[in-house]
Design a protein around this ligand. Structure first.
Ligand code: FDA
Length: 528
C-alpha cells in the first residue's frame, strides 16, 4: 500500500494528467497513437494530410465534385481497413478522441455525407472490403460493402447467365450505401428493391461488437435494409438472395422530342407503365437536346425499357398496351441481363469487364431531388415541366422517371424502412449537373424551382423522398448537440413515412450516444 501511495500513484497521476492535456491539445496525435497501439503497422492503412497519397485516396471515390473544392472541409485522416479488427479500432479511437466517423463505400452520396463533415472527422473507407462470393447452387452471394454494383453484377454473370440481382442502374455505386438505403433498378418491377433480397449482414456497432442477423436481432436487421447507413453502424458485408433472369433480355429506346408529341406520349405512359407485366420495366429520361432546327434546343423524352424475354414477345405486347410509343424492331436489342446494365448506363455493352472499371463514368458536380407520383400529371402540367428544361442552367439536367407497380405494389409499406410501395405510379429522380463551379447557384436554383413546380403533382398528403438521393434542403440535424424527434421528422417522415418512428426507437436502442451521426442520420430519442 505504501508503495502504491508513494511511488505508483503520483506516477499514474502524472501519466493521466499528461495524457489528459494531450487529449485536450492534440486530439489528432492521440487518435493516431490510439490506432498505432491497436493496429500493427497502422500507418500503412492511415492517410493523413502529410501523406503524399492523401488527396488521391480522398478523391478516388468522390462522385460529386461539388464536394471536392478547396473550401470543402477535409477529413483529418482516411483509414482504409483490411480486416474487421481495423474497423473496430477505428471506431474505438474516433470515439475516444472526439472525431466523427464518416463511412464510405462507393462514394456516391449525392450530398457528400460519406466524405464531408462540418465537425472534425475521419473517413473509414471500405475500398479494401470488396469481395464478391457467388454461390450459384444456393442462389446466394456474400458481397462486401466496398464492392460496386458492377463488381457484384460481373461476379454473378461470370458464373451464370440465369441469375441476377435487382439493384441500381449505375455500375459504380457502392454496395454499402446502396443496399442500406434501398436500391431500385431495372429489375425493380419484377423483384422489388435490392434491400428486399438481403438475408444476412455483418455489422460493427458503436461498441465495436461484430453482429450478424441472429445476434443483432430482427429490429436492427430491419433498420439497415433501407434505413440508411452511417446511422446504425458499419456494415461490412451482406448476404443476398439472387433472382432468376432469362439468358436473353430485350432492351429498347424510343426518343421523342417536343415536336414529336413527347408530351402526349409521356402523358399516356403514366396510365400504362405501372400496369404493364412485371417482366417489363420502362422509364422516361427527360433532358434538353439540340433541335433539328439549327441553333435551337428542344426537350427530349427518351422512353427506355428492359423486358425479361425476347423481342418477338415484347413488340406485340407494347403494340397492344402502348401503341402511342410506336415501338419498332429497330429500337430493340437482345442481350444478356448483365449487358443491359451497361446499356442503361449508356456504355458499350462489350466487353462486360467495363463493369469492373470504377472510373468509367464522368464525374461532375450535381444536386438531386426525388418525388413519388400517385396521380397522373395533366398534359399542361407535363408541358410546363418539360419547358423548364429549356431554361438556363439545364445543359446537364436530367429527370429519370421510373415506373413502379408490379412487385413494388405487393410489398407492405412497413416491410422495410423504404415505404414508397403500393399505389406509386412512378419515382422521379431530378438531377442537375454542372462542370463550372460558377454555375452552381444557377443550376441549384433551377432544381429548386423545378421541385417547387412539381409540388402540385407529388403525393398530396405527405411528399415522399428517396433516402438514397439525400436532399439536405429537406432539413438537417443540428451540427453540434441534440436534434429533437420533431425536427428530424421534417425529413425523416418524407424518407420513411411511418417507419421513421421505428427507426428512431432502434437507433435509441443500438446507439443511444449517437456516435454514428451525420446531417440526416436518425437521431436517438434522448440527448447524450
Ligand atoms: P457512399 O459511400 O457515399 O455512401 C452513401 C451513404 O451510406 C453515406 O451516408 C455513407 O456514410 C453510408 N454508408 C456507405 N457505406 C456504408 C457502410 N458500409 N455501412 C454503413 N453506412 C455506409 N440509387 C438507386 O436506387 N438506383 C440507381 O440506379 C442509382 N443510380 C445512381 C447513379 C449515380 C451516378 C449516383 C450518384 C447515385 C445513384 N443512386 C442510385 C443513389 C445511390 O444508391 C446512393 O447514392 C447510395 O447511397 C450510394 O452508395 P455508395 O456506397 O456509393 O455511397
Amino acid at each position: 500500500m505504501k508503495f502504491l501511495q508513494f511511488s505508483v500513484l503520483p506516477f499514474l497521476i502524472v501519466i493521466l494528467s499528461v495524457s489528459g492535456a494531450n487529449l485536450a491539445r492534440h486530439p489528432h496525435r492521440d487518435f493516431l497513437r490510439c490506432l498505432s497501439l491497436r493496429i500493427a503497422n497502422s500507418s500503412t492503412i492511415t492517410y493523413t494530410q502529410n501523406n503524399p497519397s492523401y488527396s488521391s485516396v480522398l478523391n478516388a471515390s468522390i462522385h460529386n465534385t461539388r464536394f471536392s473544392t478547396p473550401t470543402t472541409p477535409k477529413p483529418y485522416a482516411i483509414i482504409t481497413p483490411l480486416k474487421t479488427s481495423h474497423v473496430q479500432s477505428t471506431i474505438y479511437c474516433s470515439k475516444n478522441h472526439g472525431f466523427q466517423l464518416r463511412i464510405r463505400s462507393g462514394g456516391h452520396d449525392v450530398e457528400g455525407v460519406s466524405y464531408v463533415s462540418q465537425v472534425p472527422f475521419v473517413i473509414l473507407d471500405l475500398v479494401n472490403f470488396r469481395d464478391v462470393k457467388v454461390d450459384t447452387k444456393n442462389e446466394v452471394a456474400w458481397v462486401q460493402s466496398g464492392a460496386t454494383t458492377g463488381e457484384l453484377y460481373y461476379g454473378i454473370a461470370s458464373k451464370t447467365q440465369t441469375l441476377g440481382f435487382p439493384a441500381g442502374i449505375c455500375h459504380t455505386i457502392g454496395i454499402g450505401g446502396h443496399l442500406s438505403g434501398g436500391g431500385f433498378g431495372i429489375l425493380g418491377r419484377r423483384y422489388g428493391l435490392a434491400a428486399d433480397h438481403i438475408i444476412d449482414a455483418k455489422l460493427v456497432d458503436a461498441n465495436g461488437r461484430v453482429l450478424r442477423r441472429k445476434s443483432m436481432g430482427e429490429d436492427l436487421f430491419w433498420a439497415i435494409r433501407g434505413g440508411g447507413g452511417n446511422t446504425f453502424g458499419v456494415v461490412l458485408a451482406w448476404k443476398i438472395k439472387l433472382v432468376p433472369v432469362p439468358p436473353v433480355v430485350t432492351v429498347f429506346t424510343v426518343n421523342k422530342n417536343l415536336e414529336q408529341n413527347a408530351t402526349k406520349t409521356f402523358h399516356r405512359w403514366q396510365y400504362i407503365a405501372h400496369k404493364l407485366p412485371r417482366d417489363l420495366f420502362t422509364t422516361v429520361w427527360v433532358m434538353k437536346v439540340n433541335s433539328s432546327q439549327v441553333g435551337r434546343k428542344t426537350v427530349q423524352a427518351s422512353f427506355k425499357g428492359m423486358f425479361l424475354g425476347r423481342i418477338d414477345v415484347l413488340i406485340p405486347l407494347i403494340q397492344y398496351a402502348f401503341p402511342e410509343l410506336g415501338l419498332a424492331r429497330e429500337n430493340c436489342t437482345e442481350m444478356s441481363w448483365v449487358q443491359s446494365v451497361l446499356y442503361f448506363g449508356a456504355l458499350p455493352i462489350e466487353p462486360v469487364e467495363i463493369l469492373l472499371n470504377r472510373s468509367a463514368l464522368p464525374r461532375l458536380s450535381l444536386k438531386a431531388k426525388t418525388d413519388y407520383i400517385r396521380q397522373p400529371m395533366s398534359e399542361t402540367g407535363i408541358e410546363g415541366f418539360m419547358n423548364m428544361f429549356l431554361e438556363e442552367g439545364t445543359d446537364f439536367a436530367i429527370t429519370m422517371i421510373e415506373a413502379f407497380g408490379g412487385k413494388m405494389d405487393e410489398i407492405r409499406e412497413n416491410e422495410l424502412p423504404f415505404p414508397h410501395r403500393s399505389g406509386i405510379l412512378f419515382e422521379s429522380v431530378y438531377i442537375v449537373q454542372w462542370t463550372n463551379e460558377e454555375d452552381a447557384g444557377l443550376c441549384i436554383n433551377w432544381m429548386r424551382r423545378l421541385y417547387s413546380y412539381m409540388s402540385s403533382y407529388a403525393s398530396k398528403s405527405l411528399r415522399g423522398a428517396y433516402y438514397n438521393y439525400k436532399d439536405l434542403d429537406l432539413g438537417t440535424n443540428n451540427i453540434n448537440g441534440y436534434t429533437s424527434y420533431e425536427q428530424a421528422s421534417v425529413w425523416g417522415l418524407k424518407y420513411f413515412r411511418n417507419n421513421f418512428k421505428r427507426l428512431v426507437r432502434i437507433k435509441t436502442m443500438i446507439d443511444p450516444m449517437n456516435f454514428f451521426s451525420n446531417e440526416q442520420s436518425i437521431p436517438p430519442l434522448l440527448s447524450p
